[in-house]
Ligand binder design. Structure first.
Ligand code: IVH
Length: 667
């Protein structure tokens, strides 16, 4: 087969498999086969840039180029809906429609109200040409490059019969599973968590880097078709048509012709929505005929032919018994409400977070209060209010935030700009010590998997360990149980502790638990400084020069090593044989070949990721810089490098190296 034909065949097959997987949820091939086809296509495309196609399935991976969002005017304004929370108002809406249409029969299209962010997609000749956010309703941000990475949004339409030009609008969402995975990863890196999938989706879509969007696995449902050439009068019928062109349209959409039909739809989905993969916060009711929609018209803000019925966030009322305070590994103190058990959204809730002192103060909680608990988009339940009418003689004292650490008695401190209070006694406060030891032994750190939180707690209580270095002094006889009954497991534990000295240096840097130094930062620091000694004596300036290290991390590293107790701990770990520098093998991967060179990395690569190239540059002594200037030594360019950058490099006479040339250079 001709190469060009092969490329086209792969593209069209991959478009189809994307659709099967992301729209129909019915893949025909395995993920492995899909990945292999994708790699084959990428290779062919790399070899034949002359046959580039902006809609190729390979473009779904996004690019690392910074894209700026341009403001675009909406051809049709993006309005909002009027909201209601009760069925009486739904009945009022139904009556208004009835009298507005002067008794003419009508149908209502009932849909889910998706809780994400709205998007308007423009298609011309079957191709996605533009994606714009709602913005202020009149103007929004052009986020086309980001939206192209969302797998369920067709880049090219299927079938026939679509208008030459039209807009389709819908909601971009982050599925619960992606949201939870994202937050878990952020927690591990000690990055702030997203409060709910809507914020996560919105933060993601506004990312300047479309490869980030591609990784976050967003989803999208479309719910309105607009344009001069839309044929059918029915909104429902139009969406069913759009489904055949490859769009993801909700299966739950339903036409009804009575008020009772609407109520049944609401009641069904109020329960069933818990089984959906994405967040919903109500239903939307729309008059189905577009002719009738026009007859009913609009108010200044919203259509008279539609209304949103919002589900009550699930809420329960229960008694507050006590407020306790938890101390984390970093010393941050979190207030927790302990309540009478109550059923809420499928689980029994006994505890709710009160977040911090400010939130607690705002709620004005008293012990014995009847409180309202909600599980909104958030996973952890929270107290949203107090039933003050239910206060009586039995109501107890106001719940106050504590002044001293509940674990060690130290006076709490509050750092500027932070909401949390901290226990500063990091060397003697038990949960902080145990938390640090648990972090040290965790899988991604020293990976001492024969130990767990309970054993750490036991050894701590028995006085065997006071810090992570003490682990290496534990003897079999100390932990083999009375009469030596636990000999076997004791030997295993001691052996796995001894083995841990072999974990690579970067994991040791992570294991120390320096605040804000997550796995990735630890790797970056280890590769840059190569030895613990160099890292410990780095200056703030030196740290800030490193790609990927910002002020928060840099200052935290400085603070850590400025503390003599920490330096002493590192020294003791070194004496136990824990790796304090990159291994010979890792060092061999490094050189000074790029010393003194300032390099711009731009575009999409096929052998390594952009971040891997940046790491290589640092490993070989080079410096990563963001933008091209006269001082740039060369540009490492993948495919898709922006035309503005190309032109600038050309003007300044800066050499452009391909991936292969670069790899040869550092070989
Ligand atoms: S129709 C003129 N349908 O709710 C009406 N909106 O307050 C245009 N939404 O900004 C919207 N699900 O982001 C419509 N099935 C649905 C919807 C929906 C969610 C969002 C949309 C809009 C907001 C309206």
């Amino acid at each position: 087969m001709e190469t060009k034909e092969q490329i086209e065949r792969l593209r069209s097959e991959l478009h189809r498999h994307n659709y099967n997987y992301y729209v129909l949820n019915a893949p025909e091939i395995s993920d492995m086969e899909f990945d292999r086809m994708m790699r084959d296509l990428q290779e062919l495309e790399n070899a034949h840039p002359e046959w580039d196609d902006p809609d190729s399935p390979t473009k779904r991976v996004g690019s690392d180029l910074n894209n700026e969002f341009v403001q675009v005017s909406h051809r049709y304004p993006m309005l909002s809906l009027s909201n209601t929370y009760n069925k009486q108002e739904v009945a009022d809406f139904y009556e208004r429609v009835q009298s507005g249409l002067e008794g003419e029969p009508f149908e209502i299209c009932c849909e889910m109200k998706y809780d994400g962010l709205s998007i308007s997609l423009t298609y011309e000749h079957g191709r996605l040409v533009r994606a714009v956010t709602r913005g202020d309703g009149t103007q929004g941000d052009d986020v086309t490059e980001n939206v192209k990475t969302i797998r369920c949004i067709p880049l090219r339409l299927h079938g026939t019969g679509y208008p030459e030009e039209f807009e389709i609008r819908g909601e971009i969402l982050m599925p619960w599973t992606s949201f939870e995975a994202l937050n878990q990863a952020r927690e591990e890196r000690e990055e702030p968590l997203f409060a709910n999938p809507r914020n996560a989706a919105s933060g993601t879509l506004k990312s300047k880097n479309s490869s980030v969007v591609a990784q976050r696995r967003l989803d999208a449902y479309l719910y309105s078709l607009l344009g001069e050439q839309i044929s059918a009068d029915g909104h429902f019928e139009n969406l069913e048509q759009a489904r055949t062109w490859g769009f993801k349209i909700s299966d739950g959409m339903k036409k009804v012709s009575t008020l009772q039909g609407i109520y049944d739809f609401i009641d069904y989905w109020d329960v069933e929505r818990r089984n959906l993969p994405v967040a919903t916060d109500g239903v939307v009711l729309k008059v189905n005929s577009q002719r009738q929609q026009r007859a009913l018209g609009y108010t200044a803000k919203s259509p008279r032919w539609a209304i949103a019925y919002k589900f009550q966030a699930e809420r329960a009322r229960t008694r507050l018994n006590t407020v306790t305070f938890q101390v984390g590994r970093t010393g941050a103190v979190t207030p927790v409400a302990n309540m009478d058990p109550v059923q809420l959204a499928g689980t029994v809730v006994r505890r709710a977070t009160l977040h911090n002192a400010d939130v607690m103060k705002q709620l004005d909680l008293h012990i014995g209060d009847m409180v309202y608990v909600e599980k909104g988009g958030e996973i952890i339940p929270k107290i949203v209010g107090v039933d003050t009418d239910a206060r009586g003689k039995e109501t107890g004292e106001k719940a106050e935030f504590i002044v001293h650490c509940p674990e060690c008695g130290a006076e709490l401190v509050r750092y500027e700009g932070e909401a949390a209070w901290y226990c500063p006694n990091d060397t003697a406060c038990p949960p902080q010590i145990k938390g640090r030891i648990e972090h040290f032994i965790s899988r991604k750190a020293m990976n001492i998997d024969s130990l767990g939180p309970e054993t750490v707690d036991e050894y701590y209580r028995r006085g065997l360990i006071r810090d992570v270095a003490d682990l290496y002094d534990i003897q079999v006889e100390q932990i083999n149980g009375e009469d030596g009954t636990r000999e076997k497991s004791a030997r295993k534990i001691v052996r796995s502790i001894a083995d841990s000295v072999k974990v690579p240096f970067e994991r040791v840097v992570f294991a120390l638990g320096i605040r804000f130094v997550g796995e990735i930062a630890a790797k970056t620091l280890a590769r840059h400084f190569r030895t613990m000694e160099a890292l410990a004596s780095a200056s703030l300036d030196e740290l800030l020069q490193i790609n990927g290290i910002g002020t928060v991390i840099a200052e935290s590293v400085i603070r850590y090593f400025a503390d003599e107790k920490n330096r002493d701990l590192v020294h003791r770990l070194q004496e136990k044989g824990v790796s304090m520098k990159l291994s010979e093998e890792e060092l061999r991967a490094q050189s000074d070949k790029l010393a003194g060179r300032s390099i711009v990395v731009s575009g999409v690569f096929s052998h390594h990721s952009r971040d891997e190239y940046k790491t290589m540059i640092e490993q070989h002594g080079g410096k990563n810089v963001g933008s091209i200037s006269a001082k740039t030594s060369f540009v490492l360019a993948g495919t898709n490098m922006g035309p503005a950058k190309l032109e600038k490099a050309g003007k300044l006479g800066i050499p452009i190296l391909s991936e292969d040339e670069f790899l040869k250079m550092i070989e």
